[in-house]
Design a protein around this ligand. Structure first.
Ligand SMILES: [Zn+2]
Length: 404
């Protein structure tokens, strides 16, 4: 940083933060200066904890947006909210929409989240007529003032935030999660590692342990799965809807069982065993994926059996035998199978099927086939097989045909 561009000194002699940086001349462009000195500013920020830029003409949302991009790699959206804010730009919000007569107590920004921003930027568009300070607390100094015991206790146990959303108190869940869909809330919670209350209510009454980690230690996956043929079921743990497959978990002490999605088994570390051995999370995921694959294979075989029953022809019987043995269809079989499945209105998920192109003659068959026939089984092809089909002169079906 060219020190002749700016002056920099702490706001208070007795405090670490903030460092006040002022332009040395009126013509200094804030955006260019910040862009050119990002590394030096990051360094100063680490040293001082906060920087107060004073006298830079950042007076519009557009200019503030440029400053944000000059100082940060990626601006975060305000997801999982805790205060009413109005969005003014891409990642720019009002600091708070609470009435001006209230003060906001000291807090660590977004401390209740698993991920929080490493930088937060404030700009003053309209100075307050009275008051209006944005006080800062030095959390390193605050931590030092805790007794060693207390500090160690926090370190060992961590903290747990429990949030309740209700009409008239704090924000509504719709505002917090920025959605009207409860399913979407469940998905956001899983992504952020938050345990919805629904999970506590489902699991605690059926367990002996009185906390989620203790309760989940009592549960294991029984190995029993069920394919409901359509995505119409609910996870009895988190309430997620639209599940096609259920996995059964059982409490080893109370004997209670729940039908859940595999995502919940993995998220809550429900024990998955193989040959009496508890699997690691990675192995458990592999096992549940394999079971899902198996259910998909079985649903394909069931569709082929129904088809062979409806139309007792050699090619369909052969396709069924071939699929049972190889878990795949040849291109010629695939065309006939999907054409007849559709004709007979037999429920099937095309993407669950596999097609083999492993032999030269299958590639030749695919090349010689009319593209309209290839479209019948297009969705059963893998991404690389689709690419291969395109190289052989075919093209993807129009979007309208995707309902196949
Ligand atoms: Zn679930």
């Amino acid at each position: 940083m060219d020190r002749s561009d700016v002056t920099a000194e702490p706001l208070r002699q007795d405090g670490r933060m903030p460092l006040v940086v002022r332009p040395a001349r009126a013509s200094l462009e804030a955006e260019q200066f910040l862009l050119a000195n990002r590394a030096a500013i990051d360094h100063l920020l680490l040293q001082h904890g906060a920087i107060l830029f004073r006298g830079f003409a950042v007076d519009t949302i557009e200019r503030f947006d440029v400053v944000i991009h000059a100082l940060t790699r990626q601006a975060l959206a305000y997801e999982y909210r805790s205060t009413p804010r109005e969005r003014l730009g891409e990642a720019i919000y009002t600091a708070s929409d609470y009435p001006a007569r209230h003060t906001i107590p000291m807090h660590c920004e977004n401390a209740y989240q698993r991920d929080w921003p490493t930088k937060i930027l404030f700009a003053c568009a309209h100075p307050a007529l009275t008051g209006g300070q944005t006080p800062l607390a030095d959390m390193i100094a605050v931590s030092r003032r805790l007794s060693a015991d207390c500090f160690e206790s926090f370190r060992a146990k961590g903290v747990c935030y429990l949030r309740n959303y209700q009409e008239g108190m704090d924000l509504s869940w719709q505002n917090v999660f920025q959605t009207e869909s409860r399913d979407e809330v469940g998905a956001i919670c899983r992504r952020m590692g938050i345990d919805p209350q629904r999970v506590r209510e489902s699991i605690l009454p059926l367990s002996i342990g009185d906390t989620l980690p203790k309760a989940f230690e009592e549960w294991y996956f029984t190995g029993f799965t069920e394919d409901h043929e359509e995505p119409c079921e609910t996870c009895e743990l988190c309430g997620q809807e639209g599940l096609r497959y259920h996995f059964e978990i059982c409490n080893g002490h109370t004997g209670h069982t729940l039908q859940v999605g595999s995502h919940c088994i993995l998220q809550f570390n429900v024990a998955v065993f193989e040959d009496g051995q508890k699997l690691s999370p990675k192995e458990a995921k592999r096992k549940l994926d394999k079971l899902t694959q198996q259910m998909r294979l079985e649903s394909c075989v069931r569709a082929l059996e129904r088809l062979a029953q409806a139309e007792n022809t050699d090619i369909l019987r052969n396709a069924l035998d071939y699929y049972r043995k190889n878990k795949k269809l040849t291109p010629k079989q695939a065309f006939v199978v999907f054409w007849r499945l559709r004709q007979n209105q037999i429920d099937h998920a095309p993407s669950f099927f596999n097609v083999t192109l492993r032999k030269q003659r299958y590639l030749n068959d695919l090349e010689e086939m009319d593209t309209s026939r290839v479209h019948f089984f297009w969705h059963a092809l893998s991404a690389s097989q689709k690419q291969r089909a395109i190289e052989l002169g075919h093209w993807p079906p129009a979007a309208r045909a995707c309902a196949l």
